[in-house]
Structures are given as structure tokens and as C-alpha cells.
Design a protein around this ligand. Structure first.
Ligand SMILES: Nc1ncnc2c1ncn2[C@@H]1O[C@H](COP(=O)(O)OP(=O)(O)OP(=O)(O)O)[C@@H](O)[C@H]1O
Ligand SMILES: [Mg+2]
Length: 239
């Protein structure tokens, strides 16, 4: 559904991503792992059209979208759930859903979203800044669903959440993938995504250091952990 080919991108003319090749298939969760500053957010923002592409290509279902502006990419079906959720603090749950749905007549209606996320239905009149972290994340995902995505980009969706709530968010990502979406999920924590990822890519300072199937990663989690650990330099000899 989504392919990048030798993708280079960055800020102010400098490159942060140095040639990224990856594929996110329908009905799958592709986890992008990497430590702080590895370029996970830059990658997701580049796919969403928020960071300009230096060179390389982005294809959505075989169509070149590399130069499409962000709002056209969203309309084409690439939807970003940003790191930190970026909700409007003073708007209610209902207002968020109404705003998001206005931008799109999609397969996803507010009723369908609330069916999937009944907890949000109980919170319709609550302001976003009065929600728990888990509820805020669910609302951020609900907002993205209402734009009718084919590709869902989740940037650190479990950041700051208690383990049980994080597990709910990951289960939701898995369910949405099973339902047909192509899900790209960025996170620094391998343990949380290993159980649900169909594909794993490890980024190290803007380059892919390891790419493997989820099944292979589950059989050999040490391989993923090793890819996430920066190489140790031999200690300098004392004179
Ligand atoms: N707006 C920006 N302008 C200039 N450089 C930036 C900008 N945003 C990020 N960077 C730089 O790009 C590199 C990758 O950052 P990025 O935020 O993509 O990493 P990340 O993997 O998402 O990290 P984190 O786990 O902290 O969210 C870092 O060196 C960072 O300083
Ligand atoms: Mg980030």
C-alpha cells in the first residue's frame, strides 16, 4: 500500500533520512523502532507531507505521491496520528469528531468510531485536556480514522501510557490492521510491538540498520535489541 524508495529528507536542506526503503502492506502493522533522534518522526512526517523530500520516492498503492502537499496526501488516504497527540485542549471529544468528519465523507462515521471506541462515547462532552492519556490517544486515533485512511501513521502512540493502557492501544492498532489498514507504528520500545508487528524496521540515525519479519523478530528478539543498541567503541588505551 505504501512504499518508499531511497527516501532522503530532512530540514533546512540537511538530510536526516539517508535513503529509506520500506513497504507497508495492507492488513499489517509495520513497526519502526529506533532510539531518540533516530528519525522516526521525520520519517512519518515525510510520509505525511510535512517534511519535504530531498530525493527518492513515496508511492501510495503504486501512485507517486512524493510531491503531493500534505492535505492532498491526507485526502489520498495517508493519515498521521502525531507524537504527543496534538489535540485541541479546550475542544470536547464530540467537537474533535465533528471537525475531523467534516473534512471527509468516509467509510468511517462518528457512529462507527464510537462503536469501536465506546469509552469515547462516554466522554463526548469532556474537553480533551480532561481526558486520561489513553483516552486522548484513542481520540487522536479516532480523529485520524474519520479522515478515511488507507495508511495510518502512528507516532509513539503508547508514549506516557501505563502498560495496560498501552496494550489496549497496540491491540487497537492490530485490529485496525486486521480490518484492512496499512499501519506504520513508530516507537522506541521493542517489547511493546514485538507481539503484534508483521514487519520490523530498525532505524539508526536516519538509516535502516535492520529489517525483518515480525515472526523472525519474535523468534530472535535479541537480534532486534542488538540492532537498537549503539555499537560500543573499544576503550582508548592509556598512555
Ligand atoms: N524541525 C526540525 N528542524 C531541524 N532538525 C530537526 C527537526 N526535527 C527533528 N530534527 C532533527 O532530526 C533528527 C531526527 O529527529 P526525529 O524527531 O525524527 O527523531 P525521533 O526518532 O522521532 O526521536 P524521538 O524518539 O525523540 O521522538 C534529530 O537529530 C533531530 O534533532
Ligand atoms: Mg519522534
Amino acid at each position: 500500500m505504501l512504499d518508499t524508495l531511497s527516501l532522503r529528507a530532512g530540514y533546512h536542506g540537511g538530510a536526516v533520512l539517508h535513503g529509506i526503503d520500506l513497504t507497508v502492506s495492507r492488513c499489517s502493522v509495520h513497526a519502526v523502532l529506533g532510539p531518540n533522534g533516530a528519525g522516526k518522526t521525520t520519517l512519518l512526517h515525510t510520509l505525511a507531507g510535512l517534511v519535504p523530500v530531498g530525493s527518492g520516492r513515496i508511492e501510495l498503492a503504486g501512485t507517486d505521491v512524493t510531491r503531493l502537499p500534505a492535505h492532498h496526501r491526507a485526502r489520498a488516504g495517508i493519515s498521521l496520528v502525531p507524537q504527543g497527540r496534538r489535540l485541541f485542549a479546550s475542544l470536547t471529544v464530540a467537537e474533535h469528531l465533528k471537525l475531523a468528519h467534516r473534512q471527509r465523507t468516509a467509510a468511517w462515521s462518528p457512529a462507527r468510531v464510537l462503536d469501536l471506541l465506546p469509552r469515547l462515547g462516554e466522554r463526548l462532552r469532556h474537553r480533551a485536556d480532561r481526558l486520561s492519556g489513553g483516552e486522548q490517544q484513542m481520540l487522536a486515533i479516532a480523529r485520524a480514522l474519520l479522515t478515511g485512511p488507507r495508511v495510518l501513521l502512528l507516532d509513539e502512540p503508547t508514549e506516557g501510557l501505563a502498560p495496560a493502557v498501552a496494550a489496549d492501544v497496540l491491540a487497537l492498532a492490530g485490529r485496525l490492521a486486521a480490518d484492512g489498514l496499512a499501519v506504520l507504528l513508530a516507537t522506541p520500545s521493542p517489547a511493546s510491538v514485538l507481539p503484534i508487528a508483521d514487519r520490523i524496521t530498525v532505524l539508526g540515525t536516519g538509516r535502516i540498520s535492520t529489517a525483518l519479519d515480525g515472526a523472525a523478530a519474535r523468534q530472535d528478539p535479541a537480534h532486534v535489541l542488538a540492532a537498537l543498541t549503539p555499537p560500543r567503541h573499544a576503550p582508548q588505551e592509556q598512555p
